[in-house]
Design a binder for this molecule. Structure first.
Ligand code: C2E
Ligand code: CA
Ligand code: CA
Length: 755
């Protein structure tokens, strides 16, 4: 995996983790909000329930008091009302029997009787003489309406009380108003600080204007004040809105902060006189006081997220650094600082994939091993660094180079024009030579290059690298050119030669050399007269190599001697097969390399072979090349006559192809002359009259010397007629048959089916 990919993956991971952390924070925030909301709701609900309970109690008590007054009034008669003294007495007794502090009756005109507990009764009092708070209650009752007054301070009782009044009817006619004042028990409860919310709250009772009617002694706010809006309970900005709501007798839920604690407040209308119950929640863990905790939690969470993110980024940096280090090691040559072969191959592969036209150059220093040995490794290393420095400078945009091992540098040039490449490479080599000559004794550095272009648009790196190495090897061996361009044909030839040379022994052992036969026909009778043995190399993969591709090489490396004798043995075996089968045998010609004639035991080996297969020597013709006669004619003649004594026939092959000389015919005692295909080619188109004369002369000469003639390369009926006209004896060529495997030959010409 390359660095880019790793970096991408890590980045993706960081992004994912950051996303997850953010999501977690969002979920936490939502949960906290939800929790707060729920807590708020439940606190509100609880406060509402408690307030409702108190409201109920207030109603119950007020109703009970109204009921007492109504019952009392039902006993009033017109007579009783008229007798003020008696009425006053009765009212005083009633007052004493009840819990009321004051009881009073006012006639329609507003005058009446007042009984005050412990202070006796007055009979001529106007209601307007009483506390102001009482006036509206009495007035309402005189208009037929029950009501309760606001709380007021009674001078007589020296405590705060309420007044109630009910209308009194006699015979369905309004007769007056019965009034009483009392301290509502429930209110004293509130006042005494009877706690609500299980001890975590308290109640005040306030009027519509926000004035305290009853102020709980348990209140957290102890300051002296008359109105709830004077203290710390509400934000002054909120007050107008609150007042408005209270005017409309709406419930208000709010909170306030006092001495660093936050409390929830509920203002709930009682539904009587515009009174409000104000419930304060003193629970410490109220959601308001949770805010800082939640804030800390949030900050903590964000902190954790930040730490995770930091760790991730830190890890990412670490891996990146590590990666870079690894990358440096993976793609760099530590000695020169150049890129290495892995890098080169990777980049080259990318360009080839894109189908870019380019050339790869392999650059080497002549005798680098020697330089290292003589001048020391350090000197060699400096030289390599100098090459690297020059290349750094000479590469163009998009091009790159690398050092593989030792003194081998690879260059990738975005250029395929040979002349331009040559100029650039010469320039590079000159620069290296110039730089190195400054401090490198008197030794003249020499560089050489192999170049291969991706001519066929090959997308694979391997062939290009093989080609460039091949070109480099050729450049190394060349004295003329230090830059060598890869040549595909040359390479193919070289490849085959390599194969041929490294596989020849194994091929002979494994029988890959096949014995083919080509017929030689009697031109007069048109009948089969003999056959030439020709070798074919059938590779194990089924492909065939023709003699032209290996015989010249075998002649150079000496293997031809072995192969020729093998072919002689095949011929002997074939003749023996014919004899054994009772078929009239024909003579077989075998090509004999000239090196055989220089081997001392040549004749003995041949003798051994014909003896082994017990075949008459005259069925074997040895084809030799005229070049053999160029020197040592006497020696050759000696060998020839020895072979002829053993019965072998001797044929001169390819006559006329080289610097043939008619002398040969006179000097060598041969039995057959094979006229090279070239003769026929020249004569057959009828234009070259001189060649025809020469050929005719040769044929006549051979006839006189009792040498039979074979014309090679008879391809058409015209060719055949020409040969016949000129008096040739035998014809060989594709006109009759191509060389064919011996099995096929036997079927076709010898009427012999293979066992
Ligand atoms: P060669 O001895 O002159 O063999 C004749 C060549 O001409 C053969 O090629 C044959 O296939 C070809 N030929 C025959 N008739 C015609 C024709 O009508 N037209 C044309 N165009 N060609 C024809 P081949 O078999 O490829 O052999 C090439 C050469 O390799 C031979 O030339 C011979 O010099 C050598 N060679 C073949 N087998 C052996 C062998 O076993 N030992 C040695 N030393 N050399 C061999
Ligand atoms: Ca031949
Ligand atoms: Ca020939």
């Amino acid at each position: 995996m390359n660095e880019k990919m790793t970096r991408l993956q890590i980045k993706r991971m960081v992004r994912l983790t950051a996303g997850v952390v953010l999501l977690l924070v969002a979920i936490a925030v939502f949960l906290i909000y939800f929790l707060m909301q729920t807590m708020n709701d439940s606190a509100r609900k609880q406060m509402t329930v408690e307030t409702e309970e108190y409201k109920g109690r207030i109603y119950r008590q007020i109703n009970a008091d109204f009921q007492s007054l109504d019952t009392l009034a039902s006993f009033f008669t017109s007579e009783l009302l008229e007798d003020r003294e008696t009425f006053a007495e009765r009212l005083n007794i009633s007052n004493e029997q009840n819990n009321f502090q004051t009881m009073a009756f006012f006639y329609k005109e507003g005058d009446g009787i007042v009984s005050i507990t412990g202070a006796g009764v007055s009979t001529d009092i106007e209601y307007t003489d009483l506390n102001k708070a009482v006036h509206p209650v009495v007035e309402k009752a005189l208009q037929g309406e029950k009501s309760v007054s606001r709380l007021f301070y009674s001078e007589a009782m020296e405590e705060s009380v309420f007044a109630y009044a009910v209308p009194v009817y006699i015979n369905d006619e309004l007769a007056g108003a019965l009034m009483a004042s009392d301290q509502l028990e429930i209110f004293s409860d509130i006042f005494d600080g009877n706690t609500v919310l299980g001890g975590n709250g308290y109640l005040h009772m306030v009027g519509t204007e926000g004035d305290f009617l009853i102020r709980s002694q348990n209140a957290v706010v102890k300051e002296e004040m008359q109105n709830i809006f004077d203290g710390p309970y509400f934000d002054p900005e909120e007050v107008p809105v609150l007042k408005e709501k209270m005017n409309r007798q709406e419930s208000v839920f709010s909170s306030f902060t006092y001495e660093d604690e936050t409390y929830q407040v509920l203002l709930d209308p009682v539904g009587l006189n515009g009174w409000y119950l104000m419930c304060v929640n003193t629970l410490q863990e109220s959601n308001q006081s949770l805010y800082p905790v939640l804030a800390i939690m949030g900050i903590g969470l964000a902190g954790v997220a930040l730490i995770i993110l930091f760790l991730l980024i830190y890890g990412f940096r670490l891996v990146q650094k590590n990666n870079r280090e690894l990358w440096r090691h993976a793609y760099h040559d530590p000695l020169t600082g150049a890129k290495n072969l892995s890098f080169f191959n990777q980049e080259l592969s990318k360009l080839l994939e894109q189908g870019r036209a380019l050339s790869v150059v392999a650059l080497n220093i002549h005798q680098f091993k020697f330089i290292n040995e003589i001048f020391g490794r350090e000197y060699g290393d400096t030289l390599l660094v100098e090459v690297k420095d020059v290349l750094d400078y000479k590469m163009q945009t998009g091009e790159f180079f690398a050092r593989d091992k030792a003194d081998l540098f690879y260059l990738c040039l975005l250029e395929t024009d040979r002349q331009k490449i040559l100029t650039r490479l010469q320039n590079i080599m000159d620069s290296v030579v110039k730089i190195s000559s400054h401090h490198h004794n008197n030794y003249q550095i020499l560089l050489y290059c192999g170049v291969a272009a991706n001519e066929e648009g090959d997308k694979d790196v391997t062939p290009l690298m093989t080609h460039v190495m091949f070109a480099l090897t050729t450049a190394k061996g060349s004295y003329k050119n230090n830059v060598w361009f890869y040549d595909s044909k040359l390479h193919e030839k070289e490849k085959t030669e390599n194969y041929v040379e490294s596989h020849m022994h194994q091929a002979l052992r494994d029988g890959e050399f096949k014995f083919y036969l080509q017929p030689k026909m009697d031109l007069q009778t048109g009948r089969l007269k003999g056959a030439e043995a020709l070798v074919r190399w059938m590779k194990s993969d089924g492909s065939m190599i023709y003699p032209d591709e290996f015989i010249p090489l075998f002649e150079r490396n000496g293997f031809c001697a072995k192969l020729d004798l093998y072919m002689v043995e095949c011929a002997c075996r074939q003749i023996r097969e014919w004899l054994d089968a009772g078929t009239e045998p024909i003579g077989i010609s075998v090509n004999q390399s000239k090196i055989l004639f220089y081997e001392n035991d040549y004749i003995e080996t041949l003798t051994a072979l014909i003896e082994k297969y017990d075949v008459p020597g005259n069925l074997l013709t040895l084809e030799i090349l005229e070049g053999l006669a160029a020197d040592h004619v006497d020696e050759l003649n000696q060998k020839i006559s020895l072979l002829q004594k053993l019965g072998f026939r001797i044929s001169m092959d390819d006559f006329g192809s080289g610097y043939s000389s008619l002398n040969i015919l006179g000097n060598l005692h041969i039995d057959e002359l094979k006229l090279d295909r070239g003769f026929l080619l020249e004569v057959s188109d009828g234009k070259n009259a001189r060649s025809r004369v020469i050929m005719e002369q040769i044929v006549q000469l051979t006839r006189r010397l009792k040498i039979s003639t074979v014309v090679e390369g008879v391809e058409t009926v015209e060719n055949e007629k020409l040969c016949l006209d000129m008096g040739c004896d035998l014809g060989q060529g594709y006109y009759y048959s191509r060389p064919i495997p011996r099995e096929e030959f036997n079927r076709k010409y010898m009427k012999l089916t293979q066992k």
